[in-house]
Design a protein around this ligand. Structure first.
Ligand SMILES: Nc1ncnc2c1ncn2[C@@H]1O[C@H](COP(=O)(O)OP(=O)(O)OP(=O)(O)O)[C@@H](O)[C@H]1O
Length: 269
């Protein structure tokens, strides 16, 4: 099978400040105030065409940051993504403008996707119907609930026919009927051999939908491989993690956060 996406030593650093004063100080004296934090820390793996890859990991591990980098929404600080084909991100709020109405957002995103006026006129009713938003489509998106935003974002995204699709929690928002419809659409993409990245905390969905899993921990890739193997290890980890006391969980989180701040070498095992 041909490689579809190659993730090469990708790192994303954010500057962290303890106060507004530190943030302003960093502007005046660059590099003197605040500290770097690796949201993503040297992640590499290759995905084959037709793979459906679940991105799993506890809160804050870096799943969305990585999927946004793969989708070209967030630039990496270093490293690169080599994607063979067009990439489309289906995420909650992905690229929606809060000031515009639903219908204006449809037009705006279609223009961004390079559609002609005729194509926009053709797909708009289909998007409106898929979104199930009814008359809310004429309201500004800032008045939408997160579920409604997700429905709109999803409806717009699925009219495109990208080769590589990134789904960030979009299937877990909205009501059951919409979730079922979205899952059916995703299964259609999967059966057509598209490459899919699926960010989710819903492990049974990941198990059913994905053939590979990338387990992200503290910004690093802890494990990547076939679903049955990685899911077993991740499930064991989650069970152990939930058995920890509140203090022990905090200590574990701190160790990961320190590693992201100071690097592996300076953090004791
Ligand atoms: N724009 C930003 N500025 C600073 N830090 C950020 C930014 N975006 C993300 N982070 C930090 O990067 C880390 C990874 O966040 P990310 O949203 O990728 O995690 P996640 O695994 O998707 O989490 P969740 O499961 O809670 O959605 C977190 O510690 C987060 O605080």
């Amino acid at each position: 099978m041909a490689e579809s996406v190659i993730i090469k030593n990708v790192t994303k650093k954010y500057r962290m400040y303890k106060s507004k004063k530190e943030q302003i100080g960093d502007l005046l004296f660059p590099g003197k105030m605040g500290s770097d934090f690796n949201a993503i820390d040297g992640i590499s793996f290759a995905v084959e065409a037709g793979d459906v890859v679940g991105l799993v990991g506890i809160n804050g591990s870096g799943k969305s940051t990585l999927s946004n980098i793969i989708g070209g929404i967030v630039p990496p600080s270093s490293g690169e993504i080599i994607a063979k084909g067009e990439v489309n991100v289906i995420a909650i709020n992905a690229g929606l403008n809060n000031q515009l109405t639903g219908i204006e957002n449809i037009e705006f995103k279609c223009l961004l996707m390079g559609y002609s006026k005729e194509k926009i006129a053709e797909v708009t009713p289909q998007i409106v119907e898929f979104s199930e938003l009814g008359d809310f489509i004429y309201q500004p998106v800032k008045k939408y609930s997160s579920g409604m935003k997700s429905k709109l974002g999803f409806a717009i995204s699925v009219t495109a026919d990208p080769d590589i699709i990134i789904i960030d929690e979009a299937l877990s928002v909205g009501d059951q009927t919409f979730a079922d419809k979205s899952l059916a659409k995703m299964n259609e993409y999967k059966n057509r051999g598209k490459t899919i990245f699926f960010v989710s905390h819903n492990l049974s969905q990941v198990r059913n939908f994905c053939n590979k899993i990338a387990w992200i921990e503290g910004g690093q890739l802890r494990e990547y491989g076939p679903t049955n193997i990685v899911m077993k290890n991740y499930n064991n980890f989650i069970k152990q993690y939930h058995k920890l006391s509140y203090e022990e969980q905090k200590a574990f989180q701190k160790k990961l956060a320190d590693r992201r701040k100071y690097g592996k070498a300076k953090v004791k095992k």
